[in-house]
Design a protein around this ligand. Structure first.
Ligand SMILES: NC(=O)c1ccc[n+]([C@@H]2O[C@H](COP(=O)([O-])OP(=O)(O)OC[C@H]3O[C@@H](n4cnc5c(N)ncnc54)[C@H](OP(=O)(O)O)[C@@H]3O)[C@@H](O)[C@H]2O)c1
Length: 258
């Protein structure tokens, strides 16, 4: 071991972490990371089939609990909280990661599109946190998945980007609300990350290449790039980090590449 460095593989020993949208993409990679570092994990999402497949892939037996949950429905969130409580008793970490994207020009965007994106990305995050709060132990940690798009005008993604600006704001206010319980609240803002959501929006090889060229580090991010940062924010290593939004975007939002 290099002097001054610590090994990180047991940061979540004895802890319980809950991940919404945990059956795919960044949620699944983060659930795996928590498990690898010793946690027990609850993963929530709407599709029971995808949850079952994810649990099989995680291959951690009864250290993983799956609960089918639509985060836009309070009754589902109540069931999620009850299931987590009866299975593990409490939570130490919540990663409010579930989200939805509909990319359309303002002239095409319908009221139904608006409700879909707003409900998943803002209402869903807010009530996920609120309904799980009674289970969170003192000193616990909440991480919210925002997005680099909150920092830029994003043609075709106006409502999506607005929801992500909103959850970055929530992060700061919730950190203040929960200060007396010693619960830290932070956000992560991924750049372009190769997940189902990304590939649904960026389809052709030419589009993928154009997107890659915008990133100073010249690569599309992976779910693991984000999982490692979420694990850091959720861990005691970030014990004095509170109310921040941390970009994990290869320099995309803050840099112009000439
Ligand atoms: N990929 C990117 O480039 C990128 C960049 C910045 C931020 N993000 C954000 O990262 C987060 C994760 O997305 P991802 O990229 O990893 O894509 P993903 O694999 O499509 O993950 C989205 C997850 O959210 C779940 N979900 C959607 N609506 C839900 C609802 N109403 N209730 C419960 N679960 C719901 C989905 O599961 P079910 O469909 O089974 O419910 C899915 O597991 C999202 O908040 C997204 O906005 C993505």
């Amino acid at each position: 071991m290099i002097l001054g460095m610590t090994t990180n593989n047991a940061r979540f020993d004895g802890k319980v972490a809950l991940v919404t949208g945990g059956a795919s993409g960044m949620g699944l990679a983060t659930a795996r990371r928590f498990l690898d570092e010793g946690a027990q994990v609850v993963i929530a999402g709407r599709s029971e089939e995808r949850l079952r497949e994810a649990a099989e892939a995680l291959d951690a037996g009864d250290r993983v609990l799956t609960v089918s949950t639509d985060v836009t429905k309070s009754a589902d969130l109540e069931r999620l909280a009850a299931a987590a409580r009866s299975h593990f008793g409490h939570l130490d970490v919540v990663f409010a990661n579930a989200g939805a994207a509909t990319f359309k020009h303002v002239e095409e965007f319908t009221e139904a599109d608006y409700d879909h994106v707003m409900n998943a990305n803002l209402k869903g995050v807010y009530f996920t946190v609120q309904r799980l709060l009674p289970l969170l132990r003192e000193g616990g940690s909440i991480v919210i998945n925002a997005s680099w798009t909150q920092y830029r005008g994003f043609g075709g993604g106006s409502v999506y980007a607005a929801t992500k600006a909103a959850v970055a704001s929530l992060t700061r206010s919730l950190a203040a609300d929960l200060a007396d319980r010693g619960i830290r609240v932070n956000a992560v803002s991924p750049g372009y990350i190769a997940t189902d959501m990304f590939h649904a929006a960026v389809t052709s090889p030419e589009e993928i290449e154009a997107v890659r060229a915008r990133v100073p580090l010249r690569r599309i991010g992976t779910s693991e790039d984000v999982a490692t940062v979420v694990a850091f924010l959720a861990s005691a290593d970030a014990g004095y980090v509170n109310g921040v939004d941390l970009l994990v975007d290869g320099g995309l939002a803050n840099t112009i590449v000439l």
